[in-house]
Design a protein around this ligand. Structure first.
Ligand SMILES: Nc1ncnc2c1ncn2[C@@H]1O[C@H](COP(=O)(O)OP(=O)(O)OP(=O)(O)O)[C@@H](O)[C@H]1O
Length: 261
């Protein structure tokens, strides 16, 4: 059995100036090479949950309760210096808008190499060659052109694939992808999913937020259904989506007219 990589225990998130809990008592664990998909209507707390795990919630605005353990280390208690050991290296983020993760005016290869060299002892040349190999593994062809491009010259889908390649090159143990396919057409969506599956093949765990049931069907693993900040149901993706127990899950599925083939 695979080891537990990420453990979220009784996660609660609220705004400091308000009593209302935006995320309430969410618990789940994710093992090495496993997948959990967060599903739920808009505003159900999926992004806040991801951002709490990524350490991206502004501490002056949000109060985060509960525990988030990564390889048994509390991510909520990390000191500033320790953060770089985890974020961007062991834990990678693929945001919905990948342009926000990169400097739009600097060459992608330079940025990728710099990033890898923050976490691994590599010469610039070796870092670039690692990027090229990772891009090829992520199914990108014409890698030299990508490395020499600036982010504004590429589409959102291409940039997402660059970020996934970066996670491969950085040997990430966990990738958190927040609606990575929302802005993509069907072909690019399938390619992005294939790349996430490649990452999983190399043992990387995936936490993904999506509204797209085709993506859930393709990725499999486990799902966690959220409503108004709470977890209403969880289980193996196929079982929950074929045979939902909670009325809310049934409504979600009916709304999307899912059919398992
Ligand atoms: N910075 C913020 N300030 C105040 N409220 C916030 C903030 N960010 C999120 N919220 C509120 O927290 C709740 C959960 O938001 P969250 O973005 O996690 O939902 P979501 O499930 O990811 O939605 P979507 O599918 O639309 O991305 C919502 O009610 C939202 O309005």
């Amino acid at each position: 059995m695979n080891e537990t990589l990420l453990q979220v225990e009784h996660l609660t998130i609220k705004l400091k100036n308000q009593n209302q809990e935006l995320v309430r008592d969410i618990s789940f664990s994710l093992e090495e090479g496993g997948t959990i998909t967060l599903l739920g209507q808009s505003g159900s707390g999926k992004t806040l949950t991801c951002r709490a795990i990524l350490g991206l919630l502004n501490r002056s605005a949000f109060q985060v309760g509960g525990e988030i353990l990564f390889e048994e280390k509390s991510l909520l208690q990390l000191k500033e210096k320790e953060r770089a050991l985890y974020y961007g290296s062991q834990i990678a983020f693929v945001p919905q808008n990948p342009m926000t993760a990169l400097d739009p005016s600097r060459k992608i290869g330079v940025q990728m190499a710099e990033f890898l060299r923050l976490h691994q002892e590599l010469s610039r040349k070796d870092a670039l060659s690692l990027c090229e190999q990772a891009m090829a593994r992520a199914g990108l062809t014409d890698t030299k052109r990508f490395l020499n491009s600036r982010p504004y010259q590429l589409s959102g889908g291409m940039l997402q694939r660059v970020l996934i390649a970066l996670a491969i090159a950085g040997k990430a143990k966990l990738v958190i992808a927040d609606e990575p396919t929302t802005a993509l057409d069907a072909i690019h969506r399938d390619r992005a999913v294939e790349q996430l599956l490649k990452l999983r093949e190399q043992g990387c765990a995936i936490l993904i937020v999506t509204h797209d049931f085709d993506v859930v069907r393709h990725i499999g693993g486990h799902v966690l259904i959220m409503k108004e900040g709470r977890m209403v149901e969880r289980g193996r993706a196929k079982e929950v989506l074929q045979n939902p127990k909670a009325g809310y899950t049934k409504e979600l599925i009916e709304a999307i007219h899912l059919g398992w083939g």
